[in-house]
Design a protein around this ligand. Structure first.
Ligand SMILES: [Cu+2]
Length: 190
C-alpha cells in the first residue's frame, strides 16, 4: 500500500523533463544521529560529464553529503554494490511504504550551465558503504555512480561497480524518497 502523493512529489513530477515514471512518496527524511556540522559536496554533471565529483567520499557518522546538480536532469538513487544501476529498495513491492532507499526524484532539471536551485542531502548514519547512481537515461552505464565510505580493503570497489554497470539496464525507483531542498549556498562555485 503506497502512501498518498505529497506536494513534494508533485513538485518533482512538474520538473521532470525526460524520464517520467509514476511516482509516489511517503516520508520525510529524519536523521537518527547527531550532526557533525561537516558537509561533503558532490557535483553531478561537472563539465557536462556523466559523473559525480567526487564519486568516492569518505565521511564520518553525522556528516552530511550534499549533491548539487548541473545540466542535464540528473538525480541520485541509492543502490547496493551487488546490483548497480538498480534501486536499493527494501519495500520493493510497496507493502509497507517504508523504503529507506533514497531518491529525491527528477527535481533538478537545469540548463545554460547553471546548477539547479535545489540540492539533495543525506546524513551518514553508520559506517556501511552507501552506493548510488544517476537514474537518468543510461547515465549509470556510462559510469555516473558513486559511493560513500567504500571498504578500501575489500573487493567491492567503485571501479568494480562501474565495470559491472556497463552490462546493466538502469532502473528508475518507483517511489520518491527524499526531499530536495533549496541550495544553502547558491553563490558558491565549483
Ligand atoms: Cu545523470
Amino acid at each position: 500500500m503506497f502512501a498518498p502523493i505529497s506536494n513534494l512529489a508533485v513538485l518533482a513530477l512538474a520538473s521532470t523533463a525526460l524520464a517520467a515514471p509514476t511516482l509516489t512518496t511517503h516520508q520525510e527524511y529524519t536523521p537518527t544521529v547527531s550532526l557533525t556540522g561537516v558537509t561533503h559536496t558532490v557535483v553531478a554533471g561537472l563539465g557536462n560529464s556523466l559523473t559525480f565529483s567526487p564519486d568516492n567520499v569518505v565521511a564520518e557518522i553525522g556528516d552530511v553529503v550534499e549533491w548539487h546538480f548541473l545540466p542535464a536532469n540528473h538525480s541520485v538513487a541509492q543502490s547496493n554494490f551487488a546490483n548497480p544501476c538498480v534501486p536499493l529498495d527494501d519495500d520493493i513491492d510497496g507493502t509497507t511504504g517504508t523504503s529507506s532507499s533514497f531518491f529525491p526524484g527528477f527535481a533538478f532539471a537545469t540548463s545554460n550551465g547553471q546548477q539547479a536551485d535545489d540540492v539533495f542531502q543525506i546524513v551518514v548514519e553508520d559506517n556501511n558503504p552507501i552506493w548510488y547512481y544517476c537514474p537518468q537515461g543510461a547515465h549509470c552505464q556510462a559510469g555516473m555512480s558513486g559511493v560513500i565510505n567504500q571498504d578500501f580493503d575489500g573487493r567491492a570497489t567503485l571501479a568494480e561497480y562501474k565495470r559491472e554497470s556497463v552490462e546493466t539496464v538502469t532502473v528508475i525507483p518507483d517511489e520518491v524518497n527524499g526531499q530536495p531542498i533549496a541550495n544553502p549556498n547558491p553563490l558558491g562555485g565549483f
